[in-house]
Design a protein around this ligand. Structure first.
Ligand SMILES: Nc1ncnc2c1ncn2[C@@H]1O[C@H](COP(=O)(O)OP(=O)(O)OP(=O)(O)O)[C@@H](O)[C@H]1O
Ligand SMILES: [Mg+2]
Length: 264
């Protein structure tokens, strides 16, 4: 479903701020893979997701989504394949619009239909059913303005919108990091339900090693712009935080400062 072939990205080349953020990343995701991504600050996790989404072109290498080479496709042309949720609960939804209007916009993505013709009764019923999976009672608040929702409710709604059209790829960049622990756990639970229900191929960045271990069928750790660790199958199922720290120690040369970063 996703092939990332030896990609490189350097920001601000030739300046004092030059930074090689991706240093030869290769990773292949099979259909339905749910991959958790960990790594210290600045390891290149967000940059990898941005490269896949096409926020800017990579310097070298290729990216294929479902067999199609998208390396030179601009972001808006890749958007129809990709659902994204970021850390900031304010980002994925329109505050001044109603819940059902937000969902209708997500449903019309990539189509010429606008909201002007209104939302049909059938659509409204569909949204009501979809919202039930969140278990937040939003199905009874279809016409509430999104700006009135809590961060967790907004993030859950963003997740629903990002997955409404069953994307070929779901990219989650610390989408629960800004929420309180209880709300984060709930949104993560919903993520798991939706990913399983639709068998979505997913990359989920998290700073929480326990979450990274508990979710998905595969875990990768990034370090200095590369995939340093890639664990799947039985090994992933048996993985502990101690195993991960030991592996990270090997990769980073037991650098204590980096261990701390990883845990932060
Ligand atoms: N648009 C940009 N312009 C300049 N430098 C950037 C840009 N995006 C990322 N970088 C740099 O690239 C490196 C990798 O950043 P990235 O955001 O991918 O890290 P990360 O693994 O997501 O870290 P974190 O856990 O802190 O989110 C960092 O040094 C960062 O400062
Ligand atoms: Mg990041």
């Amino acid at each position: 479903m996703l092939e990332v072939q030896d990609i490189y990205k350097t920001f601000n080349p030739g300046t004092v701020n030059e930074k090689r953020a991706l240093n030869g990343v290769s990773v292949t995701l099979n259909d339905g893979d749910f991959v958790t991504v960990i790594g210290g600050n600045g390891a290149g996790k967000s940059t990898l997701l941005n490269a896949i989404a096409g926020v800017w072109p990579v310097d070298r290498g290729a990216i294929l989504i479902d067999g199609q080479n998208v390396t030179r496709l601009p972001e808006h042309k890749r958007a129809k394949f990709i659902g994204r949720v970021f850390q900031d609960p304010m980002m994925g939804t329109a505050a001044s619009m109603q819940i059902e209007e937000n969902l209708a916009l997500a449903a019309r993505r990539g189509e010429s239909r606008t909201l002007r013709a209104g939302i049909t009764k059938a659509e409204r019923e569909t949204y009501r059913e979809l919202l039930k999976i969140l278990d937040l009672g939003l199905e009874d608040r279809l016409t509430s303005k999104v700006g009135l929702l809590s961060g967790g409710q907004r993030q859950a709604l963003t997740l629903l919108m990002a997955t409404l059209k069953k994307p070929k790829l779901l990219l989650l960049d610390e989408h629960t990091a800004a929420l309180d622990p209880k709300t984060a756990a709930k949104v993560l639970d919903t993520t798991e339900k939706i990913v399983q229900r639709d068998r979505l191929t997913t990359l989920m960045i998290t700073h929480n090693m326990r979450d990274a271990i508990a979710h998905g069928n595969r875990l990768i750790m990034m370090y200095e712009g590369r995939v340093a660790i890639d664990v799947s199958g039985e090994e992933k199922r048996k993985l502990t935080v101690e195993d991960l720290l030991a592996k990270f120690g090997q990769v980073s040369g037991s650098d204590e400062a980096n261990d701390k970063l990883l845990l932060s």
